[in-house]
Design a binder for this molecule. Structure first.
Ligand SMILES: Nc1nc(=O)c2c([nH]1)NC[C@@H]1CN(c3ccc(C(=O)N[C@@H](CCC(=O)O)C(=O)O)cc3)C=[N+]21
Length: 307
């Protein structure tokens, strides 16, 4: 008789995120009752990319559900960088707006780093401003990027103390890979950041107790790259043609991660699914950051929000 195949524990990011949104909503309600301040988030979207429109709508709906103010500024992709910077200056000066998010990617004629660095660092709920990257790197309090923050919350919830664990992050972006490395280093992990030029990526990944996949290549990380029992955080959200060829021919798509999930789930100890893993945590952490920004704007210490 053959043994049952091992099967990873699924990390339910969707459920964790829903509970986090509830805690943010309760804390925001207390802030409004005690201080008369309602946290407000402004989301700026340039152009008509349908996927971006869906994310922006989800963010807006979740913000309202948490009892916070949500303004969405939809701008044509012909807008000049100057006019976009003028809108950001207005939002920076608006005392009722505590968080400003400019949806990426921006059109090619606009320099993203100039735009992101024009946001008041204390309203930079994405944590993308160079000042917030610096604060994170040197261990000062600041706004932490939502996807790495949400991923870390799931890891600590699953594993408790992360001290001494080997963490491999595949991907070196400013918005996920690098801040994830800083967060895991601060938790006393031994951190390796891998990328497209890394030699023998598969063997490196097999050393990881914690494997974070953030490359944006559908199902690139194979099952035999994973150390048995490891915890896998799949940050990828890739839209690919439907698995059903008839539906694919009709243009139907599905969302997959950066990890070959069906293989990985047989080897890993714990794994985040896509969808329903890290994605919902990103939005929940955006609301948590907006609540914290609102507190700090009036000199109030935010309530702790990680369960
Ligand atoms: N300045 C900026 N900040 C961002 O945080 C930002 C951005 N620009 N540009 C676009 C990406 C993408 N993004 C997602 C967040 C949540 C889900 C999410 O919740 N996904 C669900 C549903 C996935 C689906 O079915 O489409 C899930 O993974 O379960 C997806 C994508 C934030 N982004």
């Amino acid at each position: 008789m053959s043994a049952e195949p091992a099967h990873a524990i699924l990390i339910d990011g969707k459920a964790y995120a829903a509970a986090l949104v509830d805690r943010v909503a309760a804390a925001a309600a207390r802030l409004e009752a005690n201080e008369g301040v309602k946290p407000g988030l402004a989301v700026v979207i340039v152009g008509e990319d349908p996927a971006s429109q869906i994310y922006v709508r989800n963010k807006g709906e979740t913000t309202l559900r948490a009892g916070m103010r949500s303004d969405t500024h939809r701008l044509p992709d012909t807008i000049s960088q100057e006019d976009l910077l003028a809108l950001i200056a207005t939002l920076n000066a608006d005392a009722d707006i505590h968080g400003v998010l400019v949806q990426l990617p921006l059109p090619k004629h606009i320099d993203s780093s100039v735009v992101l660095d024009a946001i008041d660092p204390d309203k930079d709920v994405d944590g993308f401003h160079v000042v917030n990257a610096g604060r994170l790197a040197v261990g000062l309090p600041g706004m932490v990027p939502c996807t790495p923050l949400g991923s870390l919350m799931l890891l600590k919830d699953q594993l408790g103390d992360l001290t001494g664990l080997n963490a491999v992050i595949v991907g070196r972006s400013n918005i996920v890979g690098k801040p994830m490395a800083q967060l895991l280093l601060a938790e006393n992990c031994t951190v390796t950041v891998a990328h497209s030029k890394t030699r023998d990526l598969a063997a490196l990944c097999r050393t990881a107790d914690i494997l974070v996949a953030a490359v944006g290549r559908p199902e690139m990380i194979k099952g035999d790259w994973i150390k048995p029992g490891a915890t896998v955080i799949d940050v990828g959200i890739n839209r690919v043609p439907s698995a059903d060829p008839v539906k694919a021919a009709e243009g139907k798509t599905r969302v997959v991660g950066d990890v070959a999930f069906k293989e990985a789930v047989e080897i890993a100890g714990r794994i985040t699914p896509v969808p329903g893993g890290v994605g919902p945590m990103t939005i929940a952490c955006l609301l948590a950051n907006t609540y914290s920004a609102a507190c700090r704007s009036i000199g109030v210490e935010p309530e702790p929000l990680d369960a």
